[in-house]
Design a binder for this molecule. Structure first.
Ligand code: NAI
Length: 313
């Protein structure tokens, strides 16, 4: 291209992109807990999506400024703020996708049970409002009721069952529209494996099964794409690092927050139309043993969530 031609081409391309942006933007998304460490960067990622026309930010405080800031970004989604319980129903009206990172971090004097109860109660209350105001929405649960250090963790493994129970009680449960967000674990495993084996990051794809806490996170390294050989030591080292990655960030932030920047959310159009589960055939001995070890812990976390939701009704 000559300079002029290139400029004309760039202008046309920009017009085409803008047209596509505007004609495709149609989804309404709500983030509950939007002023927090997760909520803010997540809201920015959603604001950048060409599929989103309207972004509703809800929190119990400090969300006005986040919305004002995001509204200056040159993408089509309009951002609206909603503060406090009296504005929650309005925030959720006609929303297609709800993402929930609301919660409180552990404060001095709080026991783990206190923290579990507080955060479980926040998730329960928010999901009740979702059931009442936008029962057909996709629901993504990010909130962990408890962060236990040193690999003993109860987490979104319990909040998703709480949400499921609430939706069942309200008669609007659709398992194809309720998600626990574990994307950070997958993002991390691909990053760590690419670094360790000197692979191109874009090529790396490693299936993961289990939950979102400690040993319930199980990367299936034997199924790494592109096909890659690992020594036993590498498998052990990478698996433990992936399982502890959240704790690595919490410790590095020295109590000032959790992992908030290595995340993303992907959606289909109507619901989960097919379950693309990891192939559990052909697990090696290490993975088979790890799978058996995670089952009781995952089951206990799920039962804890269900018991909480049933006790509170
Ligand atoms: P944060 O403390 O920075 O933000 C939480 C936000 O929730 C605050 O703005 C707070 O005002 C708000 N909030 C509290 N009660 C609320 C209520 N009733 N309604 C609406 N909003 C409410 O915490 P951060 O770092 O954003 O983490 C949020 C949650 O996400 C934590 O439970 C954390 O453990 C979890 N997490 C989950 C990950 C995942 O991959 N699933 C990864 C990292 C953290």
């Amino acid at each position: 291209f000559s300079g002029l031609k290139a400029e004309a081409f760039a202008q046309k391309e920009e017009q085409r992109c803008q047209y596509n942006f505007q004609s495709r933007a149609s989804y309404k998304v709500a983030v509950l807990g939007a002023a927090g460490g997760i909520g803010q960067p997540l809201a920015l990622l959603i604001k950048m999506s060409p599929l989103v026309s309207s972004l509703h930010l809800y929190d119990i405080a400090n969300v006005k400024g986040v919305a004002a800031d995001l509204n200056h970004c040159n993408t089509p989604a309009q951002v609206f703020d909603f503060t406090g319980a009296s504005e929650l129903a309005n925030c959720l009206k006609d929303v297609d996708v709800v993402v929930i990172p609301a919660g409180v971090l552990r404060k001095p004097g709080m026991t783990r049970d206190d923290l579990f109860n507080i955060n479980a109660n926040i998730v329960k209350g928010l999901v009740e409002a979702v059931a009442d105001n936008c029962p057909d929405a996709f629901i993504h649960i990010i909130s962990n009721p408890v962060i236990f250090l040193f690999r003993r963790t109860l987490s979104a493994n319990s909040t998703v069952p709480i949400a499921a129970e609430v939706l069942k009680q309200k008669g609007v449960y659709d398992p194809k529209k309720l998600f626990g967000v574990t994307t950070p674990d997958i993002v991390r495993e691909n990053t760590f494996i690419a670094q360790k084996k000197n692979l191109r990051l874009v090529d790396v794809d490693v299936p993961m099964i289990g939950g979102h806490a400690g040993i319930t996170i199980l990367p299936l390294l034997s199924k790494t794409k592109p096909s890659t050989a690992f020594t036993d030591e590498e498998v052990q080292e990478l698996t433990v690092r992936i399982q502890n990655a959240g704790t690595e960030v919490i410790e590095a932030k020295a109590g000032a927050g959790s992992a908030t920047l290595s995340m993303a959310v992907k959606l289909g159009r109507n619901c989960v139309e097919a379950l693309i589960s990891s192939d559990l055939n052909g697990l090696n001995e290490y993975e088979q043993k790890a799978l058996e070890a995670l089952k009781p812990e995952l089951k206990a976390s799920i039962e804890k969530g269900i018991a909480y939701a049933q006790k509170e009704t």
